[in-house]
Design a protein around this ligand. Sequence first.
Ligand code: PAF
Length: 280
Amino acid sequence: MIVIKSPIDLEILLNKIRGNNKKIGFVATMGALHDGHISLIKRSKEENDTTVCSIFINPKQFNDSNDLEKYPRPIENDLILLKEVGADIVFLPDYSDIYPQNYIEPEINLSGLDNVLEGLIRPGHFKGVALVVKRLFECVNPDVAYFGQKDYQQTLVIKEIVRQFKIPSVIAVCSIFREKNGLAMSSRNIRLSAEQRERASFIYKMLLQLKEDVKSLPLKEALNKAENILLKNEGVQIDYLTIVNQQTLVPEETLNLGKSSVALVVVDYFGVRLLDNIYL
Ligand code: PAF
């Protein structure tokens, strides 16, 4: 496994690899790796000759400096995990490598994808994600880049960037990787106690029930029932629970089952924001 800090060194190495007609897969992370990230890397390894994983905590996507400060940085453990899973290249840039002094922020228009849901709660967050993903893609120029479906809105933002800037990479959105009890894997899960983490299975159970309920109940009724299921649990506040169009994130009036809708949920559970979603 090669660890590289400088974008120029990375470009030289990747150009050699590409010159040998090898396919390059990419997994972008902010570190604090868990099995969800590892599953993305495994998929990239299956589908490509070389897998690059980046670790860069991007300040531009944090709208709360406290959150940025608190963000876990277990870099040594991350490198052990990456070696174990067989990542070929780890890209570990500094802030000045990604945003050098002469860096000029490109005009980015996210077509309204950044003004709803997570974007309302975390203003500026998706613009920050878009900026860093664009820069990381410039550095890695992957054939395929892998992102988790858990951050559903983020996957749409990334597809929009790729479309807008004509980036010649394929975006693969990988199914949510779950703990045994169904809780979606997230770096934030470690902030829950063992008992809370076990109980947090209620989120996925609610989504499965909602997927069943929308087949027979009017949408509003199914959503009310789902909210009540969530609120039965101690320590829960609902940030949002909504059923939206998979492409536009516009709330659905009626459902076209199996075609175009996704249910998105975010709860605050004992102070930890947990995201999940399910295709309907
Ligand atoms: O999902 C993440 O970990 C980050 O938002 C990403 C895509 C690596 C950009 O910083």
